[in-house]
Each structure stands twice: as C-alpha cells, then as structure tokens.
Design a protein around this ligand. Structure first.
Ligand code: GTP
Ligand code: MG
Length: 401
C-alpha cells in the first residue's frame, strides 16, 4: 500500500511539474516525453479546443472535418491494472510493433537472446530454491543468482532439461501460483535445445514470451491497419512499468490522454505480488483500477479494459482464494464454467468501474475486451475495435454523429 499512498499525494495532474538534473535518467526521459507532448499539444491546441467545444455549431463541424483530413494524434496510454506488473502491457506493445510497424529486425531479435536465457535461469532458480535438494540444481541456482547470466550452452541446456524433468521440480512448478514462476517458464523449457544453438536468433514468438520488467516509459507511434486500408488516426502509445516502484513515473503522462488501456491479468487471482508476498495480485489490481478511474485528469478519458491472459485463466478455473471473488459459485464444468467464471470476473470489473465513476463523468467511454496478448490475430482484432470506438467517439464529440 505504500506506493499507492505515495501516488495519492498531491495533485497528480499538475501541468507544471518540474524535473531536475539529479532526478535521474528516468525522470529525464519522462521530462523529455512531457516536453514533446506539450510542444505538439501547443501545435494542435485548436484541435483540442474544437473537440472540447465540439458542440454542433456549423463552424465546429467544418473545422473538425478539416482536421480529420490531416489526421490528428490520439494519445493512448497503455496502463497496467496489476500492481506486480506482468499483466502483459509490454507484450501488447510488442504486438503493436509487429502488427502496425516494421516489426523486429535481426539485431533486435538477437538482443532478446540474453533476456530469454535469463528467463530460463530465473525459472530454475525459483523452482530449485523451493526444493533445494539437487546438486545439479544448486549449481544452476547459483548461476541464476548472478546478475550476469552466461550464454546458454548445449551442456547447460542439457543439465537444465534433466533438472526440469525431475518429478520434484515438476511438482514444485505446478504450484507456480505460490512461487514466482514466470508465465513464460513452460514455453522456454520446451525449447531448450533450440535456445542453446550457438547461432540462436530468437523468433517472434520467443520475443513475445520473453519477460523483462519495464523500467521507465517507452513510446511508440502507429496507425492501425484495417482489412484494406489504414485507419485515419495516428496513435501514440506509452508503455510503463507496472510494479509499485514504477508507478510514480506514470503521473507525468496523465495529461491529454485520449484513452487508457488498462491491462489486467485475470489469471492472477491466486498469486501474490512480486514486491509484497502478502498482497494478493488481484486485490492490488482492484485498488489500482479504482484509483486510476478517480483521477481528475481522466474525467473524459476513455477506458479500454483488457482482461488479459485468458489462455492461462481458462486452464485455472474455478476461481478461488481471492477475497474479491469470494461470492463466486461454480455452476457447471469445462468450457461452460470457464465462460461463467469469465463473466463473473468481467461483472466485478464493471461494477467497480461504475462505483468509481462519479456522476460528472458518466459519459466517458468504457469497453472491456477479452485478450491473450500472445495471440496476434486477437490483438489485431481488438485494436481494430478500439480504433473504431475511439473514432466514433471523436465524431460524436465533434457533433458529427
Ligand atoms: N500465456 C500468456 N502469457 C502472457 C500474456 N500476456 C503476457 N504474457 C507473458 O507474461 C509475461 C509478462 O508480460 P509483460 O508484457 O512483460 O508484462 P508487463 O505488464 O509489461 O510487466 P511490467 O513491465 O513489469 O509492468 C511475459 O513473459 C509475457 O510473455 C498472455 O495473454 N498469455
Ligand atoms: Mg512491461
């Protein structure tokens, strides 16, 4: 709760935030982004005003049409709902790069190899720390404890594979919710031989599965491509770190945001935070979503809630453990129960949204999407819907609908 308390301090939407040289590189980065937004906002000030005043005067309509012709920026802010991070924001971000930009070139792909190898060592370390019995594991666990991971050789890969197949380790990892076993663990462990090739170049799927905690803020600009043509809009998307100590960096970006994409990992209702082993991840998510919804600067901001990691969620149902879901009652089994459980979770978020949305902001757009960030087709489809919703909203605000 400490970070939330810090975030609650003061006016979070202040336009006059000052940065200092000794604030560190992340603040400098935030300052640079803010400076650029301010610059562009100034250049497009008339657009913002027109949209705000966008009532059906003839003048507004004409100007707005004119502005649509030139494409203006939406500012999308990719947000995490889950305190511990790992809700899939950067995975969505990578998909955007793959779908609507040039994707990853060979040098970028190669830069993920050490990250992926580190994910392998981290997995072994987590599982082995729990068991702590196997000599082979101790050696690897020691490597896992280092900051500089060695490149995964064939020999090390063989040792890791043997360890991974050990029933004791498998039993430990099956209780992944109690430990901090990364979601990518199974994917990478099944590909150890390929990962340890001397000339290993990560594939697109390897990159999507790679787990690296975001620090600071990353930005991308794109225009969603529809079936035959580009969407008229240019979007700028910010990816931020979701862990508690990262959230203080968000506030510099709150101004002028058209839509917040809030990623919630719905599979994590039985897991604890990485940074606080006593806090249930879903409860943290709930508090965070509530807090974000109440921010004064998001009065008119659209909210796109991505209920992410559905692929893991559907393997875990029925729901349990989480205090927020204690009134959940299973009604059937199999696929039907998955749908029931998903609808239950969705309803919880809907209720929270309406409880946390004051009467002054009831006309704000709120949409919920079921997502699996690793599924490219689904992400593309989802962004098409997001794009349509925001364009319709703009036309409405401009008095054209
Ligand atoms: N199975 C599955 N894994 C996912 C999904 N979305 C993300 N992941 C994986 O979850 C891990 C964490 O995802 P990230 O995108 O890094 O999470 P994040 O929200 O950016 O985390 P922070 O940067 O710490 O805030 C990665 O290994 C992803 O590959 C999903 O829908 N399904
Ligand atoms: Mg991230």
């Amino acid at each position: 709760m400490r970070s939330i308390a810090i975030l609650r301090m003061g006016s979070l939407c202040s336009r006059n935030r000052h940065y200092h040289e000794n604030d560190g590189p992340e603040n400098a980065q935030a300052a640079e982004i803010e400076r650029r937004i301010a610059q562009e906002t100034k250049a497009e000030k008339h657009i913002q005003k027109l949209l705000l005043l966008g009532i059906c005067t003839q003048h507004t309509r004409v100007c707005t049409r004119f502005l649509f012709f030139f494409n203006f920026f939406f500012v999308l802010f990719l947000f995490s709902l889950q305190g511990a991070g790992e809700s899939g924001k950067s995975t969505i971000f990578k998909q955007i790069k793959l779908l609507f930009q040039t994707g990853f070139d060979e040098s970028e792909l190669k830069s993920y190899a050490p990250v992926i190898h580190a994910n392998v060592y981290q997995t072994i370390k987590v599982c082995n720390n729990e068991k702590g019995v196997l000599v082979i594991g101790e050696k690897l666990s020691e490597i896992g404890g280092r900051l500089d991971y060695p490149r995964l050789t064939k020999e090390l890969a063989q040792e890791i594979e043997t360890l991974w197949r050990d029933p004791a380790i498998q039993e430990t990892c099956s209780r992944g919710n109690e430990l901090q076993v990364p979601d990518c663990a199974y994917y990478f462990m099944e590909n150890l031989q390929r990962l340890s090739d001397a000339n290993y170049v990560p594939t697109k799927d390897d990159v999507l599965n790679a787990r690296v905690r975001t620090t600071g803020v990353v930005e991308i600009q794109f225009s969603p491509v529809g079936e035959n043509k580009k969407s008229g809009e240019v979007y700028r998307l910010f990816d931020v770190g979701g862990q508690r100590n990262e959230r203080r960096k968000w506030i510099h970006l709150f101004e002028g945001v058209t839509a917040v994409i809030f990623c919630a990992a719905i599979n994590e209702y039985d897991q604890m935070l990485f940074e606080d082993e006593n806090k249930n991840r879903m409860m943290e998510t709930k508090e965070l979503f509530d807090w974000v919804l109440k921010q004064p600067c998001f009065e008119k901001t659209s909210f796109m809630l991505f209920l992410n990691k559905f692929d893991i969620f559907e393997k875990k149902v029925p729901l349990n453990v989480c205090e927020w879901f204690k009134d959940y009652q299973p009604v059937s089994s199999g696929k039907q129960e998955v749908e029931h459980a998903y609808e239950f979770v969705k309803k919880k978020f809907e209720e929270l949204y309406y409880q946390s949305t004051g009467p002054d902001r009831v006309d704000r757009v709120f949409k919920i999407y079921r997502t699996t960030a690793l599924d490219q087709k689904l992400v593309k489809k989802t962004f098409k819907l997001v794009d349509e919703t925001l364009r319709r909203r703009n036309l409405f605000e401009a008095g054209l609908l």
